[in-house]
Design a protein around this ligand. Structure first.
Ligand SMILES: Nc1nc2c(ncn2[C@@H]2O[C@H](COP(=O)(O)OP(=O)(O)OP(=O)(O)O)[C@@H](O)[C@H]2O)c(=O)[nH]1
Length: 432
């Protein structure tokens, strides 16, 4: 029962009452019609035999054969009458007309008055009644009213052939059964259509809800049901699906944005916007592996600002921040597109130069050093000059891995600082 779909349930709900109603109505109609046919035959038989009883009195008294034949011929002319017979008082056959008379009904012999005996025999209905002589009794003339004296003269019997009536009953039954079938087929078709018009949209909604529950947010249903309520339900589902999909997209976009922001924050310095130490380490690893693979020349510059602390101490940390931001912009502006600058510490920067010969690298490093030296920072009415001590190291010879090149650049920067600041010094192996 649980597996029966909604459509089939609805079809059954609509069809079963129609089935019961039509079958009951058809049965009642057939029963009533059959009864009416039966009663019509009974009434006809009774009427004919009741008419023949009194009419036959003269015939049986006189024994006139012509009158007997005439009477039987008139009776035989009636509808359904198959045979007519007259019997004398001893039950002997006086005359018969028609076919297939099978004898006087046994109960008929008991009939004394004007009652009619009816018996069904051999596909026929037999009606019999006594023929009575009704003569006035005139012995007692003092009696004011006449008293009738009855004497049984014989019997009259009429057979009705009911096979035609049975045929009519069968035909009627067939017509009613055919009509019931036609009505039921129509009712079934209508119930099925109605059930489908509800069952299919509901099934589509159930399927869509299941798909949505399994994560498919693109699922929609066609809002074209014939029922207004179902259309509203379908439109509501689609609107809900749109809303969920939109929320999901917004959420996804926010997650991606936040993830990208986090990834950016993880690799960038929030103060200057330059890539940070972590990004620097990844980039130098990458540059070294490219150098090994393709022989690309990599030069690393370590930059440590000179006399930066006095700015902080004199004008405050915020002024120092501003100076760091401005110098970051200045360094970036003086580099080629393929070079990258990183902030790797408080006032420390690193630059990776790619595909650059020694002379060009020197030229770039010196340009950076000069630009910082020439830069004038004004704060609280005072002018500050900072410098840049730059250590340079190239990937060649023994300097062929990340830590070696970083160490070399750091060493050279240290030397630049101790050599008097604001200068470029390239790492030489002899400086170890
Ligand atoms: N405003 C600001 N100051 C910072 C930041 N990070 C580090 N510092 C400061 O930068 C200074 C760096 O110190 P030093 O390198 O010794 O200062 P310096 O004056 O450049 O010294 P020399 O390199 O010897 O010339 C310290 O005073 C730190 O507090 C920052 O993000 N913002």
């Amino acid at each position: 029962m649980r597996k029966i779909s909604l459509g089939v349930r609805m079809a059954l709900i609509l069809f079963v009452p129609s089935l019961a109603f039509v079958v009951v109505l058809g049965s009642l109609f057939v029963h009533q019609s059959h009864r009416e046919l039966d009663e019509a035959s009974l009434a006809r038989g009774r009427a004919i035999v009741s008419f023949l009883g009194p009419a036959a009195e003269y015939v049986l008294v006189s024994g006139n054969p012509v009158a007997l034949d005439s009477l039987m011929a008139r009776a035989l002319a009636q509808a359904e009458v198959a045979a007519v017979a007259f019997y004398d008082a001893d039950g002997e056959l006086l005359g018969v007309a028609g076919q297939g008379l099978v004898g006087l009904p046994s109960a008929a012999r008991m009939v004394e008055a004007d009652e009619v005996v009816v018996e069904a025999r051999g596909g026929r209905l037999q009606f019999a009644t006594a023929v009575l002589s009704l003569a006035p009794q005139v012995d007692d003339y003092s009696t004011p009213q006449q008293v009738l004296r009855t004497e049984r003269l014989g019997w009259v019997q009429v057979d009705l052939d009911v096979t035609a009536r049975e045929g009519a009953k069968r035909r009627l039954l067939l017509v009613v059964v055919a009509a019931v079938l036609v009505v039921l087929v129509g009712a079934l078709a209508m119930a099925w259509r109605l059930a489908r018009s509800v069952g299919l949209p509901v099934a589509a909604l159930v399927k869509a809800v299941r798909r949505m529950a399994s994560g498919d947010l693109d699922v929609r249903v066609s809002a074209q049901s014939t029922s207004e309520e179902l259309r509203a339900l379908e439109a509501g589902f689609n609107a809900m699906a749109d809303s969920i999909a939109h929320s999901q997209q917004t959420l996804q976009a926010r997650i991606e944005e936040a993830t990208a922001q986090l990834a950016h924050q993880a690799r960038h310095d929030p103060l200057t916007g330059l890539p940070n130490r972590r990004a620097f380490e990844e980039s130098i690893e990458q540059a070294v592996s490219i150098h090994r693979r393709a022989g690309d020349v990599v030069t690393l510059l370590y930059i440590d600002l000179d006399r930066f602390k006095p700015v902080n101490d004199t004008c405050g940390h915020a002024a120092g921040d501003r100076l760091l931001r401005e110098l970051a912009g200045l360094l970036r502006a003086r580099l080629r597109a393929q070079d990258h600058v990183f902030r790797i510490g408080g006032d420390e920067f690193a630059v990776i130069l790619r595909g650059c010969g020694r002379e060009d690298a020197h030229h770039i490093a010196t340009a950076l050093c000069d630009a910082v030296a020439a830069y004038e920072f004004v704060c609280a009415g005072r002018s500050f000059k900072v410098g840049a001590s730059i250590g340079m190291a190239r990937m060649e010879g023994m300097i062929n891995d990340v830590s070696a090149v970083m160490q070399a650049a750091d060493q050279a920067c240290y030397e630049a600082k101790h050599a008097g600041r604001s200068r470029v010094i390239e790492y030489q192996r002899s400086s170890d």
